[in-house]
Design a binder for this molecule. Structure first.
Ligand code: NAG
Ligand code: NAG
Length: 343
């Protein structure tokens, strides 16, 4: 009798605790480590588990915010789920805030007739102008990926040949600066940089090397190893694009993929859908590339317009390395710092 009672009690206890939250979180954490091949030292384990648990709460909150905004944006446990938001900012965002200063050259508005004639959807990936998604690693070098993405597109469009270009060339060798309000914003490898500076470097340098001849290391090199024998593309000029999403769509069609800057603080746990929750259009902390645009029906609305944005956090982040940003509301400042090189 006693044995049976004990047995029943034991089964009951296991049943209750397996449904309790602590075990559930622990198994989610184990699954996360497995999936993303995370290995922690004994001391680190508890700290990472605490951050992971707090991130589970944040993810739930973000998904609720999305529903409240009638957005189909989805957030979930991804490879950044064991990072605090400060770590995420330090490792993956840009230390240099993009400011549209008066001395930057700006392209003209496009002809209304042309703007009215552009297709409702356009994607440079299907036209061969976009290299596979790259991975900046734990290095604030997004600006260099945004720049190479644009120059790769321009080179493809003018030469009909897609050549992957070297971010490390920029990270190691480009120390160009921009002036604003008496301050300087210089390109500093993993410590951040800006696309206009990078274009200026490529123009003055006479080109940028191929990816294969100057591979990425995710570290600021101690020296510049530029070799002009391995140049993959040259540019002669660059320009900013007016802050207007209709004009941007026109330039995507007429010119190619555009380098942009945006606020990516809320992108840490993005796993899919069209990103349309509040973020700060005046804090441009990440450099990326718009490769096209489209619209889709969501459960909340018909014809939700979006930008197709190539990121540099690996193909295992977001939608195969991409994020779709709501188009037409200047979401995350998507139109505030748009640029392209000119071959
Ligand atoms: C570079 O582009 C800007 C903006 O389109 C233009 O104003 C400028 O004249 C160009 N410079 C050269 C050297 O072509
Ligand atoms: C944006 O550009 C379009 C097309 O040129 C124009 O019709 C529209 O008025 C512009 N919007 C703003 C806010 O300037």
């Amino acid at each position: 009798m006693k044995v049976i009672l004990l047995f029943v009690l034991a089964v009951f206890t296991v049943f209750v605790s397996s449904r309790g939250i602590p075990l559930e979180e622990q198994s989610q954490f184990l699954e996360f480590q497995d999936k993303f091949n995370k290995k922690y030292s004994h001391e680190e384990y508890l700290e990472r588990f605490e951050i992971f648990k707090s991130n589970l709460g944040k993810i739930e909150e973000l998904n609720l915010i999305a529903i409240n905004h009638k957005a189909d944006t989805k957030f979930g446990v991804n490879k950044f789920a064991d990072l605090s938001s400060d770590e995420f900012k330090n490792y993956y965002l840009n230390n240099k805030e993009a400011i549209f200063t008066d001395d930057l050259p700006v392209a003209d508005y496009l002809d209304d007739e042309f703007i009215n004639s552009i297709p409702t959807a356009f994607d440079w990936r299907t036209r061969g102008a976009v290299t596979p998604v790259k991975n900046q690693g734990q290095c604030g070098s997004c600006w260099s990926f945004s720049t190479t993405g644009n120059v790769e597109g321009q080179h493809f469009i003018s030469q009909n040949k897609l050549v992957s270009l070297s971010e490390q060339n920029l990270v190691d060798c480009d120390h160009e600066c921009m002036e604003y309000e008496g301050e300087q914003a210089c390109d500093e490898g993993c410590n951040g940089g800006l696309q206009p500076n990078a274009y200026n470097y490529i123009i003055k340098n006479g080109g940028i090397q191929t990816e294969s001849s100057y591979p990425y290391t995710a570290e600021t090199g101690t020296q510049c190893n530029f070799n002009s024998a391995n140049i993959g593309a040259k540019i002669s000029n660059f320009t900013m694009i007016p802050k207007n999403e209709t004009v941007m769509a026109g330039y995507i069609v007429s010119t190619g993929p555009l380098a942009i800057a945006a606020d990516a603080v809320e992108w840490q746990f993005y796993i899919g859908g069209v990103f349309d929750i509040p973020c700060n259009p005046n804090s441009l902390d990440h450099g990326i590339l718009i490769v096209g645009y489209s619209a889709k029906n969501t459960i909340f609305r018909k014809n939700m317009p979006y930008w197709i944005v190539k990121n540099s956090w690996g193909a295992d982040w977001g939608e195969q390395g991409y994020i779709y940003l709501r188009r037409g509301k200047n979401t995350c400042g998507v139109s505030n710092f748009v640029s392209t090189s000119i071959i």
